[in-house]
Design a protein around this ligand. Structure first.
Ligand SMILES: [Zn+2]
Length: 423
């Protein structure tokens, strides 16, 4: 789930001069200086030390991406992440995950800030009309780093991608807001920005724009596309919400008290007003029960945002969003055996009603995610099971506000799993 890379703070390709790899030419340096003045004033953070930047080529970006991935992932870890997404039905079984992610990132990078070098890099192939926007976005990252030391928390949070997306949303949401406000000012528009309806027309428009321009993005499965966009779009709304409450000073405080879930980003009131802290689910027994050659390859927190994508089979955004809301914590385990994948998830919900809603929505997706599984006639909410001819089971069970999902494991493990989960 965690295809976010440390230090690789991507710029959305959303403001010209010819670009050559290396030290920026005179005119560009001048453009950068003007941007810097504006961004410093707009964001209200001082420059503590000179902000360095360079122009970078496609080859250099590719090398940086590869190196960053190698630092962030142990050998085999990225493949396991890909397998996890396959198990959950979010990417096709045939996809070469690591290669696809590299291609997708390469295509999407307009610039990036490298916290280790404390330097931002502007891609030499970006359109002149985008240069100023990307410069102001990356300048914001440089200021964030000088004031809040961002490299510490742009790292992968192992075992909790949900928390990592939330942090990324703060950093990217802020840089995107500064970029937008700066562009608007340049056009003579000086207004306070309100939260944008990203689940509606605007979100659809942004997606389709990106789709038209970028081939890898356009062929990416929905979950990958939207995970890539999440920090910029949903993060933007989160930062707008906080800024309205207490100006930039309120956002400064967030760096000392980070958002910990995508739930808090999607519903900023659950961070800024009535803090909704997620429940930590831990169930080590599950790993002991699932044996018989199944090897645990991945453990993570799915979170509200990815739960929406787990329900993508419903093909109804309102229903997906509604069913994923009320999430209060989860953990999932992915197992592999001879090329086959299975998973178990334990989730906790704000209320029984929320849990029931999620179970019902997930149940509707079983038929398309698992061919050959037939729902057992005697089962209905709160416990539903499906079986196939190989004695494999899909189980969705609710007790109080908790849901256990088992997908593609053998019948003889099911009762032990249920006991471990609920007792
Ligand atoms: Zn960024």
């Amino acid at each position: 789930m965690t295809h976010l890379v440390k230090g690789l703070i991507l710029s959305l390709l959303l403001s010209g001069l010819p670009l050559m790899a290396g030290v920026p030419a005179k005119e560009l340096v001048e453009l950068g200086k003007q941007c810097e003045k504006r961004v410093v004033k707009l964001r209200g953070l001082k420059v503590k030390k000179p902000i360095r930047w360079e122009i970078t080529s496609k080859e250099q970006v590719r090398a940086y991406l590869k190196q960053t991935l190698a630092e962030q992932y142990a050998p085999g870890e990225m493949e396991a992440e890909g397998d996890a997404m396959k198990a959950l039905g979010m990417i096709p079984a045939s996809m070469h995950y690591k290669e696809f992610i590299l291609k997708l990132y390469e295509e999407q990078v307009g610039g990036y800030y490298d916290p280790k070098k404390e330097t931002f890099f502007l891609a030499d192939w970006i359109a002149p009309s985008l240069q100023e926007s990307i410069i102001s976005h990356e300048l914001t990252h440089a200021l964030q780093d000088q004031h809040f030391d961002i490299d510490k928390f742009v790292e992968r949070v192992k075992g909790n991608s949900d928390a990592m997306y939330a942090r990324a949303a703060l950093v990217e949401g802020e840089a995107t807001l500064v970029m937008m406000l700066d562009s608007m000012k340049n056009m003579g528009v000086d207004i306070e920005l309100d939260m944008l309806d990203l689940d509606g027309t605007l979100g659809t428009l942004l997606m389709s724009l990106s789709t038209a321009q970028f081939p890898s993005f356009s062929e990416a499965p929905r979950a990958l596309k939207e995970t890539l966009m999440f920090p910029y779009l949903k993060g933007l709304n989160f930062v707008i919400y906080g800024k309205k409450l207490g100006a930039w000073a309120r956002i400064d405080q967030v760096y000392a008290d980070l958002p910990v879930s995508t739930e808090q980003i999607l519903h900023p009131e659950k961070y800024f007003l009535k803090r909704d802290k997620p429940v930590t689910v831990s169930l080590t027994a599950i790993e002991k029960i699932v044996g018989r050659g199944w090897k645990k390859i991945y453990v993570d927190v799915l979170g509200e945002f990815m739960t929406r994508h787990l329900l993508a089979g419903l093909d109804d955004r309102d229903e997906e969003n509604k069913a994923a809301a009320g999430w209060d914590g989860d953990k999932f385990w992915v197992f592999k055996r001879e090329g086959e994948l299975a998973w178990v998830q334990m989730s906790v919900w704000d209320s029984e009603k929320d849990a029931t809603e999620f179970a019902g929505a997930f149940a509707k997706t079983v038929a398309q995610r698992r061919a050959g599984f037939v729902q057992q006639p005697t089962t209905a909410q709160p416990m539903m099971t499906w079986k196939n001819k190989k004695d494999r089971v899909v189980l969705v069970e609710r007790r109080a506000n908790k849901i256990l999902i088992v997908d593609n494991l053998e019948q003889n493990m099911i009762d032990s799993l249920r006991q471990a989960a609920f007792d």
